[in-house]
Write a protein that binds this ligand. Structure first.
Ligand code: ADP
Ligand code: MG
Length: 463
């Protein structure tokens, strides 16, 4: 049948354009390494900002006391309090609450967003139990995880470079986010000191290191994507600040903004980018992270509906709504194990209001999920290879029992099994069995909040 053939043709063409053979991924990894060098050499030297985090000491296990953390990532933010036992006693007690951000605040004003956050934080603090009371005369301390590109000016200050992931609050750009939060806390009558401002990647690295000494890099695959790693201070030519005592410095790569001619970009990616709040930016992120994977599929399906009448004579109106097909729904369809693809059928009904789908149509949709998830996961693996190359950890050294652990976190990595499986397999394919045996990709559950609390502890006013 002509229409069906046309639809299949669109899928086939898309699949070819999304191809990520190992040879291509190695070029991507090499390009990542090159950009890392360039970003470290000079400010603005690369699309990779390679931001100096001011974290030159990762947690040791000696951290002690009661600390709060605030984790502002994408659509949710979390407030935490932890009691650190010190001297390898670990985390004695931890509690958290998750609050969603009203969408209108994501594109409103700086005061609007920070007032809301401070109010929720104040509410959380007011419910503090007896065991979390601080000694009289001491101020509560907070680690602030803020997962957007920030040019750090110290461990607890930094100006927002730009928004990503659907946030767009003009008057916050260029301002110190800690000052903004502090002012909002004052307005709420909340007495708290922000001791550390960290990116979620840096928090995850810190949290990962606290429980495993071999953690040297972290990657976030959630709403957006980013990575951080431990660099030698001497390998950062652009760093003219106070020399690092440890000889090391954690670098927040902001790898979501990576771009290379080797990336397999399709017409759908270009259109998604052009229609986004940040055209031309975060191209790597738009290919691999949770905010965008479902949207890429929606765009392919739209074209199939328009040009090949894939869903019948009319284009289902819901299919035209940007971002209706979210990545968790895509993942549910991708993982559908039922022989008649019942999950796919129901998702199409519930989300897109499309009924009467045939099994071969549903199969095609699962295939699309696989194409998009596979490309994303394989590119993420190439990015990790780029970091390992930069660190000299991509080769097996004779006689050395070197272990390399990369801490991974984020809702996409955590919940999208096909994606995380593919990422691990690709890393093995790229590194070879021998080297892969020394590399451990570990899920750092919720490290970013805990990590911020740990860094607040090591930068406490009362140290
Ligand atoms: P953030 O990145 O905003 O800090 P998370 O790390 O919790 O938050 O990641 C949330 C993102 O993870 C969602 O935006 C979504 O894209 C993705 N995600 C959540 N659940 C699933 C799922 N079941 N399958 C695939 N992706 C998921
Ligand atoms: Mg997060």
């Amino acid at each position: 049948e002509g229409k069906w053939g046309k639809a299949v043709g669109i899928v086939k063409e898309f699949e070819e354009k999304c191809g990520t053979p190992a040879a291509k991924l190695k070029l991507v990894a090499d390009a990542m390494t090159v950009e890392m060098h360039a970003g470290l050499a000079s400010e603005g030297g690369s699309k990779l900002k390679m931001i100096i985090s001011y974290v030159d000491n990762l947690p040791t296990g000696d951290e002690e006391g009661i600390f709060y953390a605030l984790d502002l990532g994408g659509t949710n933010f979390r407030v935490l309090r932890v009691q650190l036992g010190g001297k390898d006693a670990g985390i004695v007690k931890q509690e958290f609450e998750e609050v969603s951000i009203p969408p209108n605040l994501m594109t409103g004003t700086s005061d609007g967003l920070f007032d809301y956050i401070a109010a929720e934080l104040a509410k959380y603090v007011s419910q503090e139990g007896q065991e979390f009371q601080l000694p009289p005369g001491t101020q509560r301390e907070l680690g602030f995880t803020f997962s957007f590109p920030v040019m750090q000016t110290s461990i607890n200050s930094g100006t927002l470079v730009r928004w990503t992931k659907g946030f767009d609050i003009d008057d916050a750009v260029g301002r110190d986010v800690v000052a903004e939060l502090t002012k909002a806390m004052k307005r709420q009558g909340l007495d708290m000191n922000v001791s550390a401002l960290v990116n979620d990647t840096v928090g995850t690295l810190a949290g990962g290191r606290y429980s495993n000494k071999d953690v040297i890099a972290s990657v976030i695959l959630g709403t957006g994507t980013n990575a951080a790693y431990v660099e030698r201070a001497q390998a950062i030519p652009k760093w003219h600040g106070v020399p690092s005592k440890s000889g090391e410095m954690v670098i927040n790569m902001e790898w979501g903004n990576f771009r290379s001619s080797h990336l397999p970009l399709t017409e759908y990616d270009h259109a998604l980018d052009a229609d986004s709040l940040n055209p031309g930016e975060q191209i790597f992120e738009k290919m691999i992270s949770g905010m965008y994977l479902g949207e890429i599929i929606r765009r392919v399906l739209c074209r199939m509906a328009e040009e090949a009448a894939f869903f019948g004579d009319t284009v289902p109106p819901k299919l035209k709504v940007p971002f209706v097909l979210r990545t968790p729904e895509m993942s549910a369809m991708h993982h559908d194990q039922s022989s008649d693809l019942k999950v796919v059928e129901n998702k199409l009904k519930d989300i897109l209001e499309i009924s009467n789908t045939s099994l071969r149509m549903r199969r095609t949709i699962v295939e699309l999920c696989n194409i998009v998830a596979t490309r994303g996961a394989r590119l993420a693996a190439a990015g990790i290879l780029g970091i390992l190359k930069k660190m000299g950890r991509d080769i097996a050294r004779d006689g050395e029992k070197q272990k390399t652990v990369v801490a991974l976190d984020g809702g996409l990595y955590e919940h999208y099994a096909e994606y995380s499986k593919c990422l691990a397999n690709t890393l093995e394919e790229l590194l070879g069995e021998e080297v892969y045996k020394t590399i451990f990709v570990e899920h750092a559950n919720d490290g970013s909040g805990i990590g911020a609390a740990l860094l607040a502890a090591s930068h406490s006013l009362y140290r």
